[in-house]
Design a protein around this ligand. Structure first.
Ligand SMILES: Nc1ncnc2c1ncn2[C@@H]1O[C@H](COP(=O)(O)OP(=O)(O)O)[C@@H](O)[C@H]1O
Ligand SMILES: Cc1cn([C@H]2C[C@H](O)[C@@H](COP(=O)(O)O)O2)c(=O)[nH]c1=O
Ligand SMILES: [Zn+2]
Length: 195
C-alpha cells in the first residue's frame, strides 16, 4: 500500500457516500435493477428510504412497481427537497422515475452523498423525442457509477435505447405503458415506422 493510500484510509473520519445512476429506455430494467440493489442493502440490515415523484401513480400510490410486477414500498414526494428532510437517519436512499423530479435533485443527491449516504437513482435518460430528460443528464455527470441498461427492440430484437411514443400527443410528461410506448433501437426509432 502506498503511504498516501494508508494515510487516506487511516484518517477518514466521515462515512463514505456515493451516487449511482441506473438509466435507459422504458422496459430496459431500470426499476428491477433499482429494487435488486435496494433489497441487497436491506439484506445487509442497512436502513433504506425509497422515494418516487408524486406524479407517478401508474401502478400504485405507495409502491415502486416494475413492468414484471416486482415491487418495493416507497414514499411519493412532490419536490426533491422533501427527500433531504425524510432521509435524516438512513444509510441508503433509492429514487425511481427521477426524470420527473425538479432540477434541484442533483444538488439534493450531492448533499445526501456528502453526508455518507449511498444514493441510487433510476430514471429515463431520454424522452420520447430522444432529448435528455429532466435532471438525469446532470445526475449522470456527477455520479460515481452510471449503469445504462437496454430493453429489447420490439421491431427487430436489437438492444433498445429509445422510447417510441405510439400516439401523436406532444406533451413531454404522459404516463403510460405498452399501449403508449415501445422500446426501439436507433434504426427502428429514427425510421419511425408504426405497423
Ligand atoms: N421489449 C422489452 N424488452 C425488455 N424487457 C421487456 C420488454 N417488454 C417488457 N419487458 C419486461 O420489462 C421488464 C423490465 O421492467 P422495469 O424494470 O420496470 O423496466 P423500466 O423501469 O426500465 O421501464 C423486463 O424484465 C421484462 O419482463
Ligand atoms: C419516454 C417518456 C415516458 N414518459 C413516461 C411513461 C412512463 O409513465 C414513465 C417511464 O416509465 P418506465 O418505468 O421507465 O417504464 O415515463 C413520459 O412521461 N414522457 C416520455 O417522453
Ligand atoms: Zn430495432
Amino acid at each position: 500500500m502506498l503511504f498516501s493510500e494508508h494515510n487516506f484510509t487511516q484518517h477518514r473520519t466521515s462515512p463514505i457516500g456515493s451516487i449511482e445512476v441506473i438509466t435507459g429506455s422504458m422496459f430496459s430494467g431500470k426499476t428491477e435493477e433499482l429494487i435488486r440493489r435496494l433489497r441487497r442493502a436491506q439484506f445487509a440490515k442497512l436502513p433504506v428510504e425509497i422515494f418516487k415523484p408524486e406524479v407517478d401513480v401508474r401502478y400504485d400510490e405507495q409502491f415502486i412497481v416494475s413492468h414484471n410486477s416486482n415491487s418495493i414500498p416507497s414514499t411519493p414526494v412532490a419536490h426533491s427537497s422533501a427527500i433531504l428532510l425524510l432521509s435524516a437517519d438512513t444509510k441508503v436512499v433509492g429514487i425511481d422515475e427521477a426524470q420527473f423530479f425538479d432540477d434541484e435533485l442533483p444538488h439534493v443527491c450531492v448533499q445526501l452523498a456528502n453526508k455518507g449516504i449511498r444514493v441510487v437513482v433510476a430514471g429515463l435518460d431520454m424522452d420520447f423525442k430522444a432529448q435528455p430528460f429532466g435532471p438525469i443528464p446532470a445526475l449522470m455527470a456527477i455520479a460515481e457509477h452510471v449503469t445504462k441498461v437496454h430493453a429489447v427492440c420490439v421491431r427487430c430484437g436489437a438492444p433498445a435505447a429509445y422510447s417510441y411514443r405510439l400516439n401523436d400527443r406532444e406533451e413531454r410528461v404522459m404516463l403510460g405503458e405498452k399501449e403508449s410506448y415501445e422500446p426501439r433501437c436507433r434504426s427502428c426509432y429514427f425510421s419511425g415506422q408504426i405497423t
